[in-house]
Design a protein around this ligand. Structure first.
Ligand SMILES: [Mg+2]
Length: 306
């Protein structure tokens, strides 16, 4: 039985590792990765952002904004998360996605967090169903794991800041339901347990379908439901943290985000100790990520016993 605190730590470290492992091959097709690297199994540098081995992109940077806000405030506070997002935006926001950029620009110009995502949705032509909110929302699953209603409400609110589309909002809720299930329950009935709790029909159908998907059916795009399916599929069809992440980043496409989402799921199940040390050692900000996960664990525990 994996220690609960190891699962909290594994979830956030796993997210950052999936991001770092996938970043150098982001945007390449499955065949291109195979031709150039064989199969990606190690952290290495490069990619369109020119990162060093173990460095990560916007997925982890925005997850850290949410985790730092939760720890600083002792609760989920979207207004404070916006301040953290804007601080990151001001500092250059390496690898930022288009919808997120438009939303943060609106926030910088005074839009409220409740409106920013919808403003961005309209400005990008109704295309805000990207994976930009599921890549960062895992800290909320840790905080709210014992309270399903609050988990769904907070996950949706965290998406609304930048990604207004109901599929992005419910995608974040679905992922966090899955993470909370893995922290406290068994992985064997994962999909059955979460499907009935997803109120948005397209998200519910997409998650239910993972059960019958084959690898050829997995589409590694930046569309929220494709990413959610890809990450769940890679977790459910492997039996170690390492194999889950290797299968995720070698799909090609939006590799860093599929890796990040799969890493959060896999880390929540296997725990920090099962994450290879050769991957953990070079991971940027590993110490801070573990410390934040530990503090959210304490907050979550306090909420449960209070
Ligand atoms: Mg990224």
């Amino acid at each position: 039985m994996v220690n609960l605190i190891e699962r909290f730590r594994g979830c956030l470290v796993g997210l950052a590792l999936g991001d770092a492992l996938g970043a150098p091959v982001e945007g390449m097709g499955r065949e291109e990765i195979e031709q150039r690297y064989g199969r990606v199994r190690e952290l290495f540098g490069g990619g369109w952002l020119g990162l060093g081995p173990g460095e990560w992109t916007d997925d982890t940077a925005m997850m850290l904004c949410i985790a730092r806000s939760i720890v600083g405030k002792g609760r989920f506070d979207p207004e404070d998360i916006v301040l953290k997002f804007l601080g990151w935006f001001q500092a250059g926001a390496l690898g930022i996605g288009r919808t997120t950029w438009v939303a943060l620009e609106a926030l910088r110009n005074g839009a409220s967090w409740q409106d920013a995502g919808q403003i961005a949705h309209q400005r990008v032509g109704g295309l805000s169903a990207g994976n930009g909110s599921i890549m960062r929302c895992a800290p909320i699953a840790l905080l709210d794991a014992k309270n399903r209603e609050r988990l769904i409400k907070d996950s949706i609110a965290s998406s609304l800041i930048t990604h207004w589309d109901p599929r992005a909002c419910w995608g974040a809720a679905a992922l966090n339901l899955a993470i909370s299930q893995l922290l406290y329950e068994d992985r064997g009935v994962l999909l059955d347990k979460i499907v009935g709790k997803i109120e948005q029909p397209e998200v519910r159908q997409a998650v239910a379908k993972v059960e019958v998907m084959r690898m050829e059916d997995v589409v590694p795009s930046g569309f929220v439901l494709d990413t959610l399916q890809a990450a769940l599929w890679c977790f459910l069809n492997t039996s170690s943290f390492e194999d889950a992440l290797v299968s995720a980043v070698n799909l090609g496409g939006d590799t860093d985000t599929i890796g990040a989402v799969c890493g959060a799921l896999s880390g929540a199940w296997y725990g920090l100790e099962k994450i290879p040390s050769r991957w953990q050692q070079p991971l940027a900000s590993r110490g801070e990520i573990i410390e934040l996960a530990t503090k959210i664990y304490e907050l979550a525990l306090f909420r449960t016993i209070r």
